[in-house]
Design a binder for this molecule. Structure first.
Ligand code: CO
Length: 296
């Protein structure tokens, strides 16, 4: 983070009618890939409510047994994966010959589109591994687009400091006049990693129609009239009269992801790593994968 792009005088945005808490969510402990332990925070029953987001997994451990297996070759179709690495190193390889190293503070943004087969394997045998994987849906007309990805190094993520000493990393969307590393026209995702200083307040304006949630991964924060503790997701109420989100730190620092986006309002059909609009498209995805038609 020390070498990140820092903007010293961002536009100050104030929220006057902040969104209220709708619901607190505790993730579900699970494992995926070759035995990687993780917490599924945004689960399938919340996909409609948090449209265009389909999944959020959080992983964080000092125990190599929890992650060394990694995620061997597996397919995806119909959406984008956004992997944000807080600590640790993970190597990505796909069946089209692309390869990249994802490490400390970096993001990999992958558009699976019509299909990709890839592996995500830890490049360390010990030490801390911590991060998040978010699944962002693609609009119907983009589900079979060409696969694409971008490795965004930590120092390529725009970052600014607020007057009261908080640091904001803008992974996607825009905050206080600072454009994020990624933009998506249809879903307009906002993805911020906010490091709140003790006692600091952070305002983020947001269109009323966008679905929004925050995930606290260090400390605790007040948002929407409730105190949200570590490893908790707060879903925030939509409402025509609400103009954004306000985070308020207590006496200790806190780290919080703010994630919001414009809903697609399209049917969601999911079978494991395939997310399409209809069951027929899912059958087609399975058939195409089995017959080797993914990428390559
Ligand atoms: Co994957």
């Amino acid at each position: 983070m020390s070498s990140a792009t820092t903007v010293f005088h961002p536009v100050t945005e104030a929220v006057t009618r902040p969104r209220e808490l709708e619901r607190l969510v505790t993730g579900q402990a699970t494992s995926d890939g070759a035995g990687v332990k993780l917490t599924r925070v945004l689960t399938q029953p919340l996909q409609r409510r948090l449209d265009p987001f389909l999944m959020l997994d959080a992983f964080g451990t000092d125990n190599a047994d929890d992650y060394v297996g990694g995620f061997p070759d597996h397919p995806h179709r119909g959406f984008e994966t956004v992997t944000y690495m807080i600590a640790g190193r993970m190597r990505h390889r796909d069946n089209a010959g692309h390869e990249g190293l994802l490490q400390n503070g970096g993001v990999q943004w992958m558009t699976a589109g019509r299909g990709i087969v890839h592996s995500e394997l830890p490049e360390q045998q010990a030490g801390r591994m911590e991060g998040f994987q978010l699944w962002l849906n693609l609009p119907a007309e983009r589900k079979l687009a060409d696969p694409w990805y971008r490795d965004i190094q930590s120092d390529e993520i725009p970052e600014f400091t607020t007057d009261d000493g908080s640091t904001v990393r803008v992974i996607a969307g825009e905050s206080h006049g600072v454009a994020g590393a990624m933009q998506r026209e249809v879903t307009q995702p906002l993805y911020l990693d906010v490091h709140l200083a003790p006692g600091a307040r952070f305002d983020q304006v947001l269109p009323a129609t966008h679905n929004a949630f925050v995930y606290v991964y260090r400390g605790e924060v007040e948002v929407g009239g409730a105190t949200v503790g570590s490893q908790r997701m707060a879903i925030l109420k939509n409402g025509a009269e609400r103009d954004g989100i306000v985070l308020q730190a207590g006496d200790a620092p806190a780290k919080v992801l703010i994630i919001a986006g414009r809903p697609l309002n399209e049917p969601i059909a999911q079978y494991g790593p395939f997310v399409m609009n209809t069951h027929e498209q899912i059958f087609q995805a399975v058939e195409d994968y089995r017959s080797g038609k993914f990428g390559g």
